[in-house]
Design a binder for this molecule. Sequence first.
Ligand SMILES: Nc1ncnc2c1ncn2[C@@H]1O[C@H](COP(=O)(O)OP(=O)(O)OP(=O)(O)O)[C@@H](O)[C@H]1O
Ligand SMILES: [Mg+2]
Length: 378
Amino acid sequence: MSLEPLLASRRVILVVGSGGVGKTTTTAALGLAAAVRGKRVLCLTIDPARRLANSLGLKAMTTEAQTVDAQRFSEAGLHVAGSLTVMMLDTKSTFDELVHRYASSPQARDRILHNRLYQYVSTSLAGTHEYMAMEKLHAVKTNGLFDLILLDTPPTTNALDFLDAPQRLVDALDSAAMRWFIEAFQESGKLSFNILAKSAAIVLKGIGKLTGGDFLEQVAQFVTDLNDLFGGFKERAQEVARTLRAPDVAYVLVTSPSPMAIQEVLFFSERLEEQGMPRDALVVNRLHVAPSGTTSVEAARQAIQSLGLILDEDAPERLTLALEDERRQAQLDGAHLLRLEEALARSSKAPLRIHVPALPYDVHDLRTLAEVAHILVP
Ligand SMILES: Nc1ncnc2c1ncn2[C@@H]1O[C@H](COP(=O)(O)OP(=O)(O)OP(=O)(O)O)[C@@H](O)[C@H]1O
Ligand SMILES: [Mg+2]
């Protein structure tokens, strides 16, 4: 099993899964594999992924694109024909770019960007993060600088957040409450507290912290300006939504063998299927592998002693327990995996499965990342 065909044929790969299952690791490993094969790769991440940044020789993940130094690769014994660039998504600056692009006039643009509410809306409105990730993806896909873009998505608490994001944001801006608010403001140029209390309160839920004499007018002006922006914005959101469904986009699902993670990945997989979207691959990460029958306590003891290490008296007992534990864990993982396979067997076109063993160490440098890359793309 290999993800090679995906790397060769797609322009965008979205890596999805629940928290902590190995999305960032998978994204980076796939990026490395593609770069080795000559692609100019961009990995977009949503979190600072400090350890990953360090392992690539970067001080920190930043919202500026950073290309990994070729020397780092050669130091790790890797021959990389292409390039690997990483960038952290920044919701606010992406939103700012949209405002720049779609505001009807420089005045309207500045009014929006300087409005106190904008700070809130551009960073905290439900769905903004997901939408802006998609927006950025769309933007870099069209700029031609990269052959392959990998998106490390946030954990899918609601697995559909991503797919729905463009539409949800449009719906939020186009909601009855918003429209009513705009009309109420446009008639008089002012809003009374009465009006606010009646219905626009829905819009303002959660921003009660903001107070001040001109607060209502600020809100109304902002919503009106935003609405002005909305025509272009709505079209853009539809374009972004189309990007998500394009044939050159692949979805790689990641899960651990834990029942919770499996349940979530199956849920997401089913939603993708319902929407007629591809589920190209499913990576089962950190799978425990039973120590082979020949792994005995005696062999382990000898191996440890050959390293010049001195064993405690109770070492054989502890080694026995550790081996048993490993076997038990592998058995459990196997049982969970079986349930996953049964569920997948019921779907029409099951994704390609790849198993990545639980490595005895963290994936923290280029060498270990290359190890994972080699399992995904042998
Ligand atoms: N196959 C593996 N073997 C051993 N360690 C692994 C493996 N895959 C990932 N890890 C380690 O597990 C931790 C979590 O992995 P990672 O950060 O990729 O998960 P994530 O899904 O991106 O998490 P989050 O949802 O928090 O963003 C990391 O420390 C990583 O090095
Ligand atoms: Mg991550």
